[in-house]
Design a protein around this ligand. Structure first.
Ligand SMILES: Nc1nc2c(ncn2[C@@H]2O[C@H](COP(=O)(O)OP(=O)(O)OP(=O)(O)O)[C@@H](O)[C@H]2O)c(=O)[nH]1
Ligand SMILES: [Mg+2]
Length: 458
């Protein structure tokens, strides 16, 4: 058998060749061992050569690929832009992630329900009163009942026992949320009201596996009566072989069991009045799916493309998305899109990506009446403007193409149509007309920035 050796110099004066010479008195066994070692060394060397060739090819491919960095404050729409891009130009890749998004959408719905239940709880607590002789005389009491003894606590809320019962049943969704969040973020980072994911943690794989496992569970197609009730009473125990134990950990089954309650509670006029009174606009929450609850909470729910685009996860860190364009102007080209977290505490992680991308797409939502979630003193529009200014003036980006997307136009139009005045929230806006055209012009500060103006697109 031919043996490949590292060093093939047979010059007797060469010190390395001399050192590698087999000893004169080498036995047959020693020779066999030596040859085996040489063969092993040759195999390892070949493997290393192949790995280097693969890495070089990947490096060349990456060098030729189009690399884009998405920037902007939290909730500016970076991940949504990425999803829209994938949906448009790489639909097969987009479709493969459907299972992971299903769980995120279910979590988004559960978060909305949680906020709704909190608002109801606040209403009950704020309406609690203690009877006094005068309140009894006025006939005040719990819906339809008049307390007759002074010192008894009662509620003056229009919410009644029917709402209370629904709320109790829906509270079974909360442990599901905790459990899913533990699987998504084992280090338990709080994302405030949002579902969070850590970049590079393989969260889509974790969720896709969860989603396919839960669809193979023995779940009732028409959960009547809801399995949830027995789960809440602790009737199902592990090891009993009762499929209802599995159901209580399965988001699809629990949501299906709660579906009618969710729809009933959300559509209830008294509940809507309470939300209005408390100034709680759940429809403005990122990842709002209560209007779709009948569909999303169905046992056989499959997310639509639109659901996936609307789903909300807060990005922590920087996520690299690599895909090949399937259609469009450049089919077959490889793209790397970096999606970053936008909240103030994570913006320092953007810098290492600055010198490796050809273009930056900067998302600036025209949310003039909102403040940052991480700092309620900072107006979102003003933050976007100063952030865009910093990006434009960064010397590391002097050769990078910068593209400004003025985002969430639909929200701007609705806000202006509701008569909300920009100057009230952004004093520097002055007495300019309160219309889309002027707000857009105000946000487009790039015109005033001198640095590398040739590379700015708006
Ligand atoms: N109405 C409306 N909503 C939008 C638009 N673009 C994005 N959204 C919503 O805004 C929310 C935040 O969008 P994301 O894309 O998750 O924001 P992000 O910039 O990635 O946020 P972080 O990951 O926290 O930095 C989501 O619920 C989106 O559905 C838009 O043009 N109009
Ligand atoms: Mg994001």
């Amino acid at each position: 058998m031919a043996t490949r050796v590292f060093w093939n110099n047979t010059d007797p004066d060469d010190p390395l060749a001399r050192a590698l010479q087999p000893p004169f008195d080498e036995s047959l066994e020693e020779r066999a061992v030596r040859i085996r070692q040489q063969e092993e060394a040759a195999r390892v060397s070949k493997e290393i050569d192949e790995e280097i060739a693969v890495a070089r090819k990947a490096y060349e491919r990456r060098k030729r690929a189009i690399k884009i960095l998405l920037l902007g404050q939290a909730e500016s729409g970076k991940s949504t832009t990425l999803k829209n891009f994938q949906l448009q130009f790489s639909p097969q890749h987009f479709g493969k992630e459907r299972a992971a998004w299903k769980t995120i959408i279910q979590l988004n719905l559960i978060r909305c329900i949680k906020r709704l239940l909190e608002a109801l709880q606040e209403e009950w607590e704020s309406s609690l009163q203690t009877t006094t002789a005068s309140s009894i005389a006025k006939g005040k009491g719990v819906a339809g009942r008049t307390p007759t003894t002074p010192g008894v606590r009662f509620s003056t809320s229009p919410l009644n026992d029917h709402h209370r019962r629904i709320r109790m049943r829906l509270s079974a969704l909360l442990p599901i949320e905790d459990e899913l969040m533990r699987k998504l973020l084992p280090d338990n980072v709080s994302g405030g009201r949002d579902v969070c994911v850590r970049a590079g943690s393989g969260w889509k794989g974790v969720l896709a596996a969860l989603s396919s496992n839960s669809s193979t569970l023995d779940v009732p197609r028409n959960p009547q009566p809801p399995p949830l009730v027995s789960a809440m009473k602790g009737a199902s125990r592990p090891g009993t072989g009762n499929s209802q134990f599995k159901d209580k950990d399965n988001p699809s089954a629990v949501l299906a069991a709660c579906r009618d309650d969710i729809v009933t509670l959300w559509e209830d006029t008294v509940v809507q009045a309470v939300l209005k009174k408390q100034n709680v606009r759940l429809q403005d929450m990122p990842g709002f799916f209560l209007n779709d609850a009948g569909r999303v909470a169905a046992i056989n729910y499959e997310p639509t493309d639109d659901d996936i685009v609307r789903a909300r996860v807060r990005t922590l860190g920087v996520e690299e998305h690599h895909f090949t364009m399937e259609n469009g102007a450049l089919p077959g080209t490889e793209w790397y899109i970096y999606d970053v977290g936008g909240s103030r505490s994570v913006r320092q992680h953007w810098i290492p990506y600055f010198d490796d991308v050809q273009a930056i797409i900067f998302l600036a939502p025209l949310a003039f009446n909102l403040t940052l979630e991480e700092d309620a003193k900072v107006n979102r529009l003003e933050d976007s403007i100063s952030l865009w200014r910093e990006v434009c003036q960064n010397p590391l980006l002097s050769k990078t193409t910068l593209i400004l997307f003025l985002n969430k136009m639909d929200i701007l139009q609705a806000t202006l149509a509701a008569g909300i005045r920009v100057a009230k929230y952004v004093p520097s806006y002055g007495d300019q007309p309160n219309d889309v055209q002027h707000v857009t012009k105000c946000a487009n500060v790039s015109r005033t920035l001198s640095a590398a103006a040739a590379h700015r697109f708006v």
